[in-house]
Design a protein around this ligand. Structure first.
Ligand code: NAI
Length: 343
């Protein structure tokens, strides 16, 4: 008998419930052995429990250590603090994994198969920011402090090297700006070089590239990269850049992996402009579910899911509006389930 796997499910805001429904239908067809504990967060958390990250949701993830989540709405400027950032801090989700693979051939680039591994809790995103008032101008000077630590860099780099080896990758590229930010990103580069020499030399190749050159090289020829590993801010930007190389947000999954839990999600947000219209593309969340299956050592089911997605998009030619098609979420999901049953 298959062992059941307890996991937290957060449908989230906007199109979240629509794409979560589609994902559950597909996971059912795959007979994925998850026992879901349904929880709320984001705007739905505020509406129902008066908290964008209610204690019951945190308790559930502490118990299961595994979650699949839809997008959570965060008001810009004021309002509450991002539940996504709070989740990263609470569960020390220090590694953000963003694979980008060509699924629909014939786009701007073919055969892209990259992974960005982003440090998720340190760097310039720690929120140590303030203004200094001069004369009548309260915002005359803005100051931000970034923090990268040897320990934080080491655990992220170890994760990246191990992930590259286990998944049969050929090259790890360290992306930095140590020529200018000699301490803040220098520590990351130095740690990578020392760690590679000590533990990974001969097991996986490593090279280094400066962030601005990396952005240009990615656009000229993404095929020259394999696994890109970098600090928080650069990783945030690069992972959206690589999503753009392979057809946009509707196809981009993400995994947040840490010492205390792993949380899987689509890269995109709650898409308020198309909410409730039945046209959202569930593929990004489905690909996140494939990463979750792999994390649970169910790689065969993940492979079936990816094959079914390929076939539905490229043979059945069922595509949602964001991919230039006219399929509804429901019709796409139905075709995907049929593909899974026939694989
Ligand atoms: P968004 O990603 O929600 O939407 C950007 C554009 O992409 C929109 O035109 C939308 O219709 C389209 N789109 C996104 N996902 C799609 C899908 N699956 N199928 C078809 N089209 C799709 O970004 P936006 O509008 O900037 O943010 C909306 C809200 O989402 C904000 O409150 C933001 O804070 C939140 N957000 C949450 C994230 C998370 O929970 N991980 C990530 C990014 C944004």
């Amino acid at each position: 008998m298959t062992t059941r796997i307890p996991a937290t499910l957060i449908p989230g805001d906007g199109i979240g419930p629509e794409i979560v429904d589609a994902t559950l239908a597909v996971l059912d067809a795959l007979e994925a052995p998850f026992d879901w504990d349904w929880q709320i967060a984001g705007l739905e958390g505020v509406r129902v429990a008066g908290d964008p990250l209610p204690p019951a949701t945190l308790a559930s993830i502490h118990r299961t250590r595994l979650a699949l989540k839809g997008p959570l709405e965060t008001p810009s400027g004021g309002g509450y603090r991002s539940s996504n950032v709070r989740l990263r801090e609470e569960f020390q989700l220090y590694a953000n994994l963003r694979p980008a693979r060509t699924i629909i051939p014939g786009g701007r680039y073919d055969g892209v198969d990259l992974v960005v591994v982003r440090e998720n809790v340190e760097g310039l995103y720690m929120g140590y920011e303030h203004f200094i008032k001069i004369g009548e101008d309260p915002h005359a000077v803005a100051i931000a402090t970034g923090v990268n630590t040897r320990a934080g860099s080491t655990r992220l780099l170890e994760f990246a090297f191990e992930h590259a080896i286990v998944t049969g990758r050929r090259l790890v590229t360290i992306v930095h700006k140590a020529n200018i930010m000699k301490a803040l990103t220098g520590i990351f580069l130095e740690t990578a070089q020392q760690l590679h020499a000590r533990k990974y030399h001969g097991r996986i190749d490593m090279d280094t590239v400066i962030i601005d050159a990396c952005a240009m090289k990615l656009v000229l020829d993404p095929g020259q990269f394999d696994v890109l590993v970098t600090t928080n801010l650069f990783g945030d930007i690069l992972s959206d850049l690589v999503a753009g190389l392979v057809g946009g947000l509707g196809l981009a999954p993400g995994a947040n992996i840490g010492t205390d839990a792993a949380i899987f999600e689509a890269v995109h947000g709650s898409a308020p402009d198309i909410t409730g219209k039945g046209v959202a593309n569930p593929t990004a969340l489905l690909l996140a579910a494939a990463l979750m299956l792999e994390q649970c050592k169910l790689g065969d089911k993940a492979a079936r899911l990816r094959k079914a997605i390929d076939a539905t998009l490229n043979i059945d030619k069922l595509r949602t509006g964001d991919l230039g098609g006219s399929s509804t979420t429901q019709a796409y999901t139905k075709a995907l389930v049929a593909r899974i049953r026939n694989l």
